[in-house]
Design a protein around this ligand. Structure first.
Ligand code: ATP
Ligand code: MG
Length: 232
């Protein structure tokens, strides 16, 4: 395995994503420069439409840039092949969404295991890991529940277990507390911070909420697709 540069775990230069809508072009993000070291807890702020989700989708390789350079955990996401991008999405990054995106027909345990099984990992090892993660997340009593039988906080904690099952280096969370009350929002932010502190994962959180402010080691503000402020 090649070594991962810890100085610039995330390295974006002139990163630009322009959406084509008929004859018009909509700027998602424009010429973003971003250098993030391994082990940071990054909070991404900005008004609605400022480009937070666009940036996170590029970092997660769910979308490709229109222009610019982007390297995450040593992988050049601009030149990577489709197979390399699939591997990257499954193994290197874990994504947490506002709307949880759990599979409604699968129970908590199965949802948590799914990306591990899709990655072709040893099923017994994946089940052990899911068991450990779900217990750590306080879901020991919920293994057999379907998503519809969970509270919002429980759904998001299941989604966090799923995001962690393949032990990704980077966790990307897009408005993870947007559908939660403040109590559960606080629990989710503290879990993400614990992943950062105790397990040394790099965490990037796009959020309108102030819950992560005191936990962040870096803070960026986006405005109209550009970074305007990186004061902590
Ligand atoms: N698929 C798309 N097609 C066209 N325009 C898009 C698309 N996705 C996003 N945009 C536009 O790109 C800009 C940035 O959107 P983005 O979703 O990244 O903002 P955001 O900061 O995540 O906003 P919010 O806080 O509301 O989630 C907006 O002007 C938006 O309308
Ligand atoms: Mg968004």
């Amino acid at each position: 395995m090649h070594s991962i540069p810890t100085e610039k775990l995330i390295d974006a230069k002139h990163l630009t994503r322009i959406y084509a809508l008929g004859d018009t072009e909509v700027i998602g993000i424009s010429a973003v420069h971003l250098q993030i070291k391994a082990g940071e807890l990054v909070v991404l702020k900005g008004n609605s439409g400022s480009g937070k989700s666009t940036l996170l989708s590029l970092l997660a390789a769910l979308d490709r840039p229109t222009r610019g350079e982007l390297t995450v955990a040593g992988k050049d996401l601009v030149s990577a092949s489709p197979a390399e991008l699939t591997h990257f999405r499954r193994e290197v990054v874990g994504m947490v969404f506002q709307s949880f995106n759990l599979m409604p027909m699968l129970n908590v345990f199965e949802n948590a295991c799914l990306p591990g099984l899709l990655a072709g990992k040893n099923p017994a090892r994946i089940k052990t890991r899911a068991n450990d993660l779900l217990s750590w997340l306080g879901l020991s009593q919920r293994f057999n529940h379907l998503p519809a039988q969970l509270s919002g906080g429980e759904m998001q904690r299941t989604a966090i277990a799923r995001a962690l099952i393949n032990d990704p280096q980077v966790i990307l969370a897009d408005e993870p507390t947007g559908n939660l009350d403040s109590h559960n929002g606080k629990i989710v932010m503290e879990l993400l911070a614990e992943l950062n502190r105790e397990f040394k994962r790099t965490v990037v959180i796009a959020t309108h909420s102030n819950l992560a402010d005191s936990l962040a080691t870096m803070r960026f503000e986006l405005q109209d697709g550009a970074i305007v402020d990186n004061a902590l």
